[in-house]
Design a binder for this molecule. Structure first.
Ligand code: ATP
Ligand code: MG
Length: 572
């Protein structure tokens, strides 16, 4: 491709509104253009990178024995009603009614395709002889995300590879799952991503039933814990915490004392006011759990983990209580709840036990207690692990310590069980003519996120650093002066020869100063730059430079195309 014939609108300045490197660089390198919040056009260079990621995903899916099909993005709302996911998705499900002759047709743009694929299987598969099967597609998904942001990392319209496995037994499901897991490792490895599979919330099958593939990055929206000693890794929702070490007990218990805390309803405010660190506070959270109020006590600096609370309280629906319920249970407005005389059962996190002379809410507006001690002042129903793991917490698997990191979720594998096959009647007959629901797994990869996560973790001050596998072009030819005939003759010859050798070449044929071209070559991040200049030609030489190296090297003009093609092949 000749630069002047393509559309590569590079920018010198950081565009407004772009907060993180991948977003800035994708705009500056002319990979994408914003259409509106959460929707982007892929420009020629961006599309080439996206297609390469897509092709790696397709290749590994095919190798793992999955079969490609393509489902429609338009789906009938009735399918989503049958699985209860109209409510589950809520505002995220983009749905609308269109007029057809005299009736209204209600449809949704698929945010994922469990319903459509299960309905398809329900119609076409009825015997164990047709199973197992794993079907996949690479298709555009639509989600009305609450906060589309960070460029293509979170958009309302994105390209997903979604695969679905159907098996006759849990052992079969496990085997299908393991194949996908391995395919994911191959995919992310080939894309040059430093990925980390982490345990994720497991759902109906339980056990080791879900993994997210994460790319560690300070700008990731997800959080994961990782133990360097034993490799335990889990997302924050799922992460267990090892045996806690008791905090230093204060020797002298103080008396319970009511103190004025006017207008100070948050731990931060009260902590400032009383000059006591948040670790000395007991935070009392009021939840509505399956319709009943419960109280949860946590150390002031800890975060509640709603999945853990749900499991311990054995409830399915858990929400922070609205102000009226807080008032009923505590007798006080939000912000002053404490464990004394509560009209709700109390669950406490293990660490609460270790706090002596704690600060607690007084269940009275603008008041707190200091010097609260258990069991002298209040009791709890039971202690459990109810909080998010944090940096330095003990590992649940070994004697190591957990590290807490931000991460980008690029893929997710999940054992679904029979939720969808039951709801949509995807049943098969076994060898004894008995009917069973197919046992399913689902496996998603965000193709756009692969590209953005790569850039987020592979760039320098000058621009993107592509691995050969995702680079829009493998080689960029940079003639120093396009007005010199000898230079352009050599350049054009090399361009032709490299293309014949199967190398993907971008020829920067713009009539621009070398400095501008070098800057742009670094910005768009093509792995190998070849400079053709008058002086070099006279000496029978070309200058080559890898994007990752500081210094260029000279190679002989004679046989340059073969030499370059060999170098590229070695890096593929
Ligand atoms: P998230 O928690 O980030 O919203 P999710 O868990 O809802 O994602 P899945 O339903 O598991 O996402 O979708 C599979 C994959 O699709 C994700 O691992 C991610 O790579 C990608 N993906 C999901 N939502 C988006 C989005 N809004 N924009 C771009 N990619 C997305
Ligand atoms: Mg997910």
């Amino acid at each position: 491709m000749r630069w002047t014939q393509s559309l590569i609108p590079t920018m010198k300045e950081s565009p407004e509104g772009a907060e993180i490197p991948s977003h800035v660089l994708m705009l500056r390198a002319g990979l994408i253009g914003q259409v509106m919040a959460g929707a982007y056009t892929y420009l020629p260079l961006g599309l080439r990178a996206l297609r390469k990621a897509e092709q790696i995903v397709r290749d590994e899916m095919d190798r793992a024995g999955a079969v490609e099909l393509l489902m429609s993005a338009l789906t009938p709302i009735a399918l989503w009603e049958r699985t209860g996911r109209v409510e589950a998705f809520g505002n995220v499900l983009i749905n609308f009614k269109v007029k057809r002759q005299n009736r209204q047709v209600h449809m949704a743009l698929g945010p994922t395709h469990e319903e459509v694929i299960t309905d398809l299987v329900a119609h076409h598969i009825n015997s164990y002889r047709q199973l197992p099967i794993t079907l996949y597609q690479i298709q555009t998904k639509f989600r009305n995300e609450e906060r589309p942001r960070f460029g293509v990392l979170r958009t309302s319209e994105f390209l997903m590879k979604d695969a679905y496995s159907f098996d006759t037994s849990v052992e079969g499901l496990n085997a299908s799952y393991d194949k996908m897991y391995q395919a994911y490792c191959n995919i992310f490895q080939r894309c040059g991503l430093a990925y980390l599979p982490v345990e994720a919330e497991s759902g109906p099958i339980g056990g080791d039933a879900s993994h997210e593939f994460m790319v560690l990055s300070d700008n990731g929206e997800d959080r994961v814990v990782h133990c360097a000693a034993c490799s335990y890794a889990a997302n924050l929702e799922r992460a267990d915490i090892g045996q806690r070490i008791a905090m230093k007990a204060v020797t002298q218990p103080e008396p319970l004392t009511k103190v004025d805390t006017p207008n100070a309803g948050s731990i931060e405010q009260v902590s400032k006011l009383l000059k006591l660190p948040p670790e000395r506070f007991i935070k009392t959270l009021i939840y509505v759990a399956d319709g009943n109020p419960i109280a949860v006590l946590l150390r002031g600096d800890h975060e509640a983990n709603e999945g853990k609370i749900r499991r311990v309280a054995k409830v399915t629906k858990l929400e922070l209580a609205p102000a009226e319920v807080v008032q009923q249970v505590t007798g006080a407005p939000v912000g002053f709840a404490g464990p004394l005389n509560l009209k709700a059962p109390i669950w406490a996190d293990h660490d609460v036990q270790a706090i002596a002379n704690a600060v607690i809410g007084a269940n009275e507006a603008d008041k707190h207690y200091t010097g609260a001690n258990m069991p002298r002042d209040f009791q709890v129903q039971s202690y459990a692990d109810l909080r998010n793991a944090g940096e330095g917490d003990p590992c649940p698997r070994c004697a190591g310590k957990l590290a807490l990191r931000h991460a980008i979720e690029v893929g997710h594998v999940f054992k679904l069980g029979t939720k969808y096959s039951d709801a949509l009647d995807a049943r098969f007959l076994d060898d004894k003519e008995q009917q069973h629901a197919a046992i399913m797994g689902c496996y998603g990869i965000g193709i756009n996120r692969i590209v953005a996560a790569l850039i987020e973790t592979s760039h320098d001050a000058n621009g993107i650093i592509w691995p050969m596998s995702l680079a829009p072009y493998e080689v960029i030819l940079t003639p120093l002066n396009v007005n010199q005939e000898a230079v352009m003759q050599a350049t054009n010859a090399l361009y032709e020869q490299l293309q014949k050798a199967g190398v993907e070449v971008l020829l920067d044929d713009r009539d621009q100063r070398p400095g501008v071209k070098f800057k742009d070559a670094d910005l768009i991040g093509i792995p190998l730059r070849v400079v053709i200049g008058e002086r070099g030609l006279k000496a029978g030489q070309l200058e080559i430079k890898w994007r990752t190296e500081a210094e260029p090297a000279m190679i002989a003009l004679d046989g340059a195309a073969e030499a370059i093609a060999t170098m590229v092949r070695e890096k593929r």
